[in-house]
Design a protein around this ligand. Structure first.
Ligand code: NAP
Length: 212
């Protein structure tokens, strides 16, 4: 399946490219800079240049699914968070809809269901994620919204816990495991039209997704 990965040069995004390629998909990474092309090709993907702050509709041509793994990052202000994490995601969802791309996988975060309960410095981010999640749910796209807890840079261990709402939100999850879940989700019908949280755990990814 030809899958567009938005945020492909990111730490999660590059792993998503690799994981999709390993599963036999044809991943295309949307990147902002030609310097980023080699890393995506090395991970097994093709690339397309595109910026969420501009018109990136061309990036979706011919794609059958979109994985949105972009974000403005922790070092920008609320204005960029709203521009990328919220409006960038909403524009991507609307463009997928316009081009008849039915499948949309959105990387969100734990806490996006109750932004008002988050710490003050996280509220703009959590509200931005919530608005993007709600927009996706309001469409007729076949969506999956993935809400990981804190990300780590450790190597994947393939063991997670997953639930609509995890009772224990402590711990972390390697970015590589999140990427493997995102790649697995694309065609996993048991995750269609579901929103769920993941963290490190004791169940292998396919079993954990099967139990949702
Ligand atoms: P990352 O390395 O910062 O990757 C974010 C990607 O978004 C980068 O490749 C960046 O492009 C891209 N991006 C930013 N602005 C863009 C624009 N205008 N157009 C196109 N692409 C743009 O982040 P990560 O570690 O992979 O994490 C991915 C996401 O996971 C985060 O953004 C966050 O929403 C979510 N998350 C994080 C945590 C956590 O604990 N950190 C927990 C749960 C969920 P460039 O490479 O060109 O800068």
């Amino acid at each position: 399946m030809k899958v567009l990965v938005i945020g492909a040069n990111g730490q999660v995004g590059t792993h998503v490219i690799k994981s999709l390629a390993e599963r036999g998909h044809d991943p295309v990474g949307m990147v902002r800079d030609t310097d980023q092309i080699k890393a995506i090709e090395d991970a097994g993907g093709k690339t397309v240049l595109g910026d969420l702050e501009k018109d990136f509709s061309h990036a979706m041509y011919g794609c059958e699914a979109v994985v949105f793994a972009a974000g403005s990052g922790p070092h920008t202000g609320a204005d960029k968070t709203i521009l990328i994490d919220q409006e960038g995601a909403i524009k991507s969802i609307d463009e997928a809809k316009r081009q008849g791309i039915k499948r949309f996988v959105l990387l969100s975060t734990v806490g996006a269901d109750y932004p008002e309960k988050g710490p003050d410095n996280m509220k703009p981010y959590l509200y931005a994620k919530k608005r993007a999640d709600e927009h996706l749910k309001s469409t007729n796209l076949t969506y999956t919204i993935l809400r990981p807890g804190r990300l780590s840079d450790e190597a994947a261990n393939g063991q997670i816990r997953a639930a609509e709402t995890l009772e224990d939100k402590s711990g972390q999850i390697p970015r590589e495991d999140v990427a493997n879940v995102l790649a697995e989700i694309v065609e996993n019908e048991n995750t269609f039209n579901k929103t769920f949280e993941i963290l490190n755990g004791e169940i292998n990814i396919s079993d954990a997704l099967g139990q949702l």
